[in-house]
Ligand binder design. Sequence first.
Ligand SMILES: Cc1cc2nc3c(=O)[nH]c(=O)nc-3n(C[C@H](O)[C@H](O)[C@H](O)COP(=O)(O)OP(=O)(O)OC[C@H]3O[C@@H](n4cnc5c(N)ncnc54)[C@H](O)[C@@H]3O)c2cc1C
Length: 407
Amino acid sequence: MSHPSRLAIIGAGPIGLEAALHASRAGMDVTLLERGRVAENVQRWGHVRLFTPFGMNSSELGRSALREQGRNLPDDDALLTGAEFVEHYLQPLSELPELRQGLHEEADVFTIGRSGTWKGDLIGNPQRGNAPFRILVRDAASERMVEADVVFDCTGTFGNHNWLGDGGIPCPGELDYGCDIEHGLPDLAGDARAEYAGRHTLLVGSGYSAATNLVALAGIAAETPETRITWLTRRSGTTPVTLIDDDPLAERKRLTATANDLATRSDGPVDWLPGHSVTALTPADDDDGFEVTVRSLSDGTERTFPVDRIIANVGFRPDRSIYEELQVQECYASQGPMRLAAKLLGETSADCLVQPTPDADLLTNPEPGFYILGSKSYGRNSRFLLQTGLQQIHDVLSLLPSGAATG
Ligand SMILES: Cc1cc2nc3c(=O)[nH]c(=O)nc-3n(C[C@H](O)[C@H](O)[C@H](O)COP(=O)(O)OP(=O)(O)OC[C@H]3O[C@@H](n4cnc5c(N)ncnc54)[C@H](O)[C@@H]3O)c2cc1C
């Protein structure tokens, strides 16, 4: 492959933007395709505070490039909200001259193939790499084809939610009425407050998103006492969220402790329903809310009760449709690319700061020149951290013909 290689990066989230900067500094010809706005997914949870500090979430190269432009940056130990991270770092990154030129917003990648080479051709053969990638991009008005020699899929998983129903499949009613279920992090202290105040919400899930929503809903209940929350978790230990011993991330520790305390005290607005799953939902008679049926995972007993709102923080999954014509080997459990997934399956710590040793080979898969980076590289595994993605960029660039790793 002659240099500079044409690199297409799909997704201008934190990892796509950083990858674009690092690759263009390494001399690659970069096109960055983003279906929405810059950092679209982070903007959707902009009111939430990150629990890792700014210095862990940004690269040395990114910070120095912005300082060269005269930008003031947050302190390395600052805990920013998603919106502040976008405003003070990600948006300015996207405006750097080397990114601006190749960045296309509102450019939705539909799917990727290889010119003259079908999925079943040259199985696992490096010669597939001689055929350029063909990327079908759609915007509001048109469709076009982008060609590239190397592709980084940095499209994340946020927005592609798992199902609420028992066993991870939709429960009866979920397909028809699921559009009224919230899967993300509504701004419960802001725009979304009125929708939940004085209502009964069913909150499902036991991760940090559920904990964040629970604490915010309890905040509403403190001001509007009729507000009630039923917190349903599959987990049936002594607390809903796993507390990490000696957690070094103070914000995560505080969130976990507050949510667990709210769930386990008897005098608050929260009714914790451990060891249950959702088996059916139907719309309420007045069309505002649901009748929900839940089942005990230990003895199989079922009960049905009305709720006004449902927030299902049941995780996200990768959208694999964009690479389904390529030769990508996936993990049967996490749907992440196989080599990295196999390594991650061996990690049992509850702390996502504990990560496998970086290894560039883990990012390769049978399709030459195609790499899945960022949160999508973890598939359904929710332990991804931005600092892992920053390391991946360094690793993947060291694999490319230029040996183009940057600092
Ligand atoms: C609420 C929340 C808090 C988090 N807090 C932390 C934290 O404190 N520390 C930490 O390290 N990590 C945290 N994470 C995890 C992770 O770091 C973030 O999810 C981060 O945004 C992942 O970055 P990414 O670039 O991989 O993906 P994303 O930010 O999801 O970006 C993917 C981009 O791809 C675009 N896209 C998707 N499909 C297409 C397509 N077909 N064509 C074109 N573009 C497409 C999307 O619009 C989006 O802009 C948090 C996650 C969440 C949800």
